[in-house]
Design a protein around this ligand. Sequence first.
Ligand code: E4P
Length: 224
Amino acid sequence: MELFVDYWDPDVVSQISEYYPIDGFTTNPKILSSANRPIGELIPEYRKLAEKKNLKAFFQVTADKADEMYRQARRFQEYFGDHLIMKIPAVKEGYKTVRLCRQAGITTCITVVHSMPQALMAAKAGASYVAPYVTHIDNIGADSVEVIRDMITAFDTYGYRCKVLGASFRTVAQVDNLAAVGCQAVTIAPEMFEQLITHSSTNESIEGFQKAWTGKFGSRQIDD
Ligand code: E4P
């Protein structure tokens, strides 16, 4: 499973990459708007980080017409090269943009996906990723796990080389559920990494190890 951090701060992404095996970072216009630094200053840092750590970098077009979306994708491709995954919203102009990008060799992710037809159309148009918004899907009364399982099965059935990138998580259980149905990628907020690997029973056992060790050896370490 590919793992991404959904955040704007290159320092935070870099720090997370020291601890966790991430494949890259994802952003969207809202996330970038929450940055407390100018975007013009951040973009070169994103490139440096992507190159240094060999990370995939997801950026979303802000235009709403295909020719402008495509122009933005081309500019980002020139700057980020193979590290770039251009996020394009699942709207009519977006599907046209994906097809243009495919012809130009630009890797894309159709984003803000809420249904199977949106995902199928994206895969057929040549997107490399589709990003269903898990919490949004659940909030409209559908079952995100079912929807995503069906996407994975359909891509497999039709032989589409398109990965499902689960996005918009609020809980660890949502990530677990997608892993169980073979979702190929997820993007999560920085704070969720520690939540994912923390387990109270693990901590309890570790405390037991420490207690036993220090009871016998005090501050001595295993390599002393
Ligand atoms: C994914 O790439 C999106 O940036 C993100 O997960 C959006 O989630 P939200 O709208 O629930 O914050």
